[in-house]
Design a protein around this ligand. Structure first.
Ligand SMILES: [Zn+2]
Length: 232
């Protein structure tokens, strides 16, 4: 991803309104809203929530990260927003440098604590994603929504790349890694490549409706399919 000359294009940003899209190169990470700094991933998530989830002002939201344009948008729109980060070996619910640490496979929140749960690019790194979906279903109150992005692959079925963790980690395919903000590039193992069966996996975890939605307009040629689900 060689940076090229900056291109600017008018943007009706789902995160912040009339703006400009800055395009520094072909990779989606080099495309951002100039005002809210939203990437195509965050802007797709915001567009999905705005299009589907009613009554945001009364909703208690939980976002599985502590930064980003989607979180900033949730903070402006929702009644309250809880956040957390995952840190290896830190007990769920404890604080590290003022940041709440949570493992989505075993959240420390009480049942029915939230009305909207969101995440971007988290679940492909969760060893037991079904446990994570069950936990988000548990902490959502009736009427709650789940909205998340993962890298989607052009396949009907999800492919598991690894299973277990720590000493019991087993690679089923050559290991693939993504970077993250806390641990640096190439640091986080990809456990699976999600296919079009993602909504079925989410329904298996207890959600009533689960479906994929793609923003009608792209952001500089990039847009993400978003997984939306409800708990009745
Ligand atoms: Zn924006």
């Amino acid at each position: 991803m060689k940076p090229s000359r900056l291109r600017l294009a008018p943007l009706r940003c789902p995160g912040c309104g009339p703006s400009l899209l800055a395009v520094l190169g072909d990779d989606e990470m080099l495309v951002r809203c100039l005002r809210c700094r939203g990437t195509p991933v965050h802007l797709s998530l915001v567009a999905a929530v705005a299009a589907h989830v009613p009554g945001l002002a009364a909703r208690r939201a939980y976002e599985l990260s502590t930064t980003g344009a989607a979180l900033a948008w949730l903070r402006r729109r929702c009644g309250s927003v809880a956040t957390s980060e995952y840190l290896d070996g830190v007990e769920p619910g404890s604080l590290r440098d003022g940041v709440r640490c949570e493992d989505v496979q075993r959240l420390s929140f009480a049942d029915g604590s939230f009305d909207l749960c969101t995440s971007t690019e988290v679940f492909e790194h969760v060893p037991d994603d079904r446990a994570g979906f069950r936990e988000l279903h548990r902490v959502l109150a009736p009427g709650g929504w789940l909205a998340l992005t993962v890298p989607m692959h052009d396949a009907d079925a999800t492919v598991e790349r690894a299973r277990g963790s720590g000493a019991s980690l087993e690679h089923l395919l050559p290991p693939a890694y993504h970077g993250d903000r806390l641990n640096g590039p190439g640091s986080v193992l990809v456990y699976r490549d999600y296919g079009r069966d993602l909504p079925a996996r989410v329904r298996d975890a207890g959600f009533d409706d689960a479906f994929l939605w793609t923003p009608p307009r792209s952001f500089g040629g990039h847009r993400r399919t978003v997984m939306l689900a409800t708990r009745r």
